[in-house]
Each structure stands twice: as structure tokens, then as C-alpha cells.
Design a binder for this molecule. Structure first.
Ligand SMILES: Nc1ncnc2c1ncn2[C@@H]1O[C@H](COP(=O)(O)OP(=O)(O)OP(=O)(O)O)[C@@H](O)[C@H]1O
Ligand SMILES: [Mg+2]
Length: 250
């Protein structure tokens, strides 16, 4: 059974279908990339999965449970996690305190001091910090982090909550080349133990991380396969060459 399954998912504004009868299956432990030119419907699809936007038609299921019309907070509780483009870290807290806050869902550092006498919880935070390349930055206040580090902290905050699937819309936007590469390494260590659905335009990054790639165009499914298959696919080439306005570079 797929961990996440979309069947005939549709989002329409009046007559205009911006997501049109879209199918997708993401399996446990997989890192799936969702590609497509500007306006293809990628962000809308993520919004429909998280419940941020109301769906027009189709079915979404998470490990067999139909969640199509669940409110957003219930989906979060069921393990559907989203990393937003704008980081939601607490600027005045250290990296450690932010991770602790995410772990306990309390933001009072004094209160967390007591919780984190618990060795297991402390180890969990440190393990996540290591995963997201912030082990040496645990004592640093979040407002002193670089843009890339802030993004990693937010990924770490999501990871402390052990999501069943992590959805990310252009996670490397605004990152330097080095930060982007390091983010790819982080994602690669998450494979197998975590399930990720990543919208991304940076083809170098997609090549670095993708197991399988799904391509959307005008709200519809266009192609799916390995990155090599996708790069050879004639339909995909046509869409990217003919589109004019796009920012996916080979
Ligand atoms: N409120 C709205 N009313 C009408 N059309 C909308 C509305 N919101 C979004 N759209 C349209 O839906 C389509 C899909 O948008 P979406 O943001 O999902 O694309 P995307 O694949 O994420 O693009 P990008 O790569 O630029 O982020 C676009 O053509 C957009 O103009
Ligand atoms: Mg988008």
C-alpha cells in the first residue's frame, strides 16, 4: 500500500482546472520529486495534500485512511508535515531550544529545561541536529544562523515530530550552491527512514536526491520515472522548451 495516494485529485477555479485529475503514489521511505514548469500546479497539489486549500474532486489517502476532507490540523496530527518556505523558527531561541520547542510543542525554555533532563529527549534533539548539519550550532541563537542553516533548523524541527511524510515546496530557494548541496546530502541520509515529497526547480539538486520524479504540466500528470528517464522523455523536453517562462535549468 502506498503511504500517500492521490486519485483523480482536482482543483478548479470556476471552469479552470489548475490541478486536473491528478494521480500520485508515494511509498514509504521514498524521496519523490515533483517537477513541472511555472503554473503546473505543484504548490496547489501540496496545498491540497495538507488541506490548506479546498479540493474540488478526487481522493487523498494516507496509509489507507481517506483524508480528502480532513481539516489541516488533523492531517498534521496524522503525520503529514510541511516545511514552509518562510521559516517558522523562534529567532530569540537557540538551535537547541528551537528543536526542544518543536519536540515538546512548548516554547517556554525554562519549562523545557525540566523536560530535557530526560536523557532520551535530549539525545533525540542531538540526533536530529546531527542529521541536519547543526550539531556544532546547538548553542547559537536562531537569528545568527545563515539562511541555509535556518532552513535546516526548520527541517530539523519537523523531524523531531517524526512525521509520516514530509512535504517541501522548493526547499533550496535562496540557498547558496554549497548550502543546496549540503541540503541534498541531508535529504539523502533521510531516505529509507523517512518519506519525502519535494517540489524543486534546481535540476542539479533533483539529480543529487531523486529516486523517482513525477512531472506535472497544466495540472495534469505528464511523466514519471528515474531522473535519467525524465531527462530523456520527449514530452518533458517539449514542455520545458516550449513553455518560455520557466526556471528549471538543466
Ligand atoms: N486563486 C486563484 N484563482 C485562479 N487561479 C489560480 C489561483 N491560485 C492559483 N491559480 C493558478 O493555478 C495554477 C497553478 O499554480 P501553482 O502555484 O500550483 O503552480 P506551481 O506549479 O507551484 O508553479 P511555480 O513553479 O511557479 O511555483 C497557476 O496557473 C495559477 O495562476
Ligand atoms: Mg509553486
Amino acid at each position: 500500500m502506498a503511504l500517500l495516494e492521490l486519485k483523480g485529485v482536482t482543483k478548479a477555479y470556476d471552469q479552470l482546472k489548475v490541478v486536473d485529475n491528478f494521480d500520485l503514489k508515494v511509498h514509504r521511505g521514498e524521496l519523490r520529486c515533483l517537477l513541472g514548469p511555472n503554473g503546473a500546479g505543484k504548490t496547489t497539489t501540496i496545498d491540497l495534500i495538507t488541506g490548506r486549500q479546498k479540493i474540488t474532486g478526487g481522493v487523498i489517502s494516507l496509509e489507507g485512511s481517506v483524508i480528502t476532507h480532513w481539516p489541516e490540523h488533523m492531517r498534521v496530527r496524522a503525520g503529514l508535515s510541511r516545511k514552509f518556505q518562510v521559516p517558522a523558527v523562534f529567532k530569540g531561541l537557540t538551535v537547541r531550544q528551537n528543536l526542544e520547542a518543536a519536540f515538546t510543542r512548548h516554547t517556554n525554555p525554562v519549562r523545557n529545561m525540566f523536560v530535557f533532563r530526560d536523557r532520551e529527549a535530549r539525545e533525540r534533539v542531538e540526533e536530529v541536529a546531527l542529521r541536519v548539519n547543526l550539531a556544532s550550532r546547538l548553542g547559537v541563537r536562531a537569528d545568527f544562523l545563515s539562511h541555509g542553516e535556518t532552513q535546516w533548523l526548520e527541517i530539523g524541527m519537523v523531524l523531531t515530530q517524526n512525521p509520516r511524510i514530509l512535504l517541501m515546496d522548493e526547499p533550496t530557494a535562496g540557498m547558496t550552491v554549497q548550502e543546496t548541496h549540503r541540503t541534498g546530502e541531508i535529504f539523502n541520509t533521510l531516505k529509507g527512514t523517512h518519506t519525502l515529497l519535494v517540489v524543486e526547480h534546481d535540476m542539479g539538486f533533483v539529480r543529487q536526491i531523486a529516486d523517482r520524479v513525477t512531472v506535472m504540466h497544466m495540472g495534469r500528470f505528464l511523466a514519471e520515472g528515474t531522473i535519467e528517464e525524465i531527462e530523456r522523455n520527449e514530452d518533458v523536453k517539449r514542455v520545458y522548451l516550449g513553455g518560455g517562462k520557466h526556471h528549471a535549468h538543466a
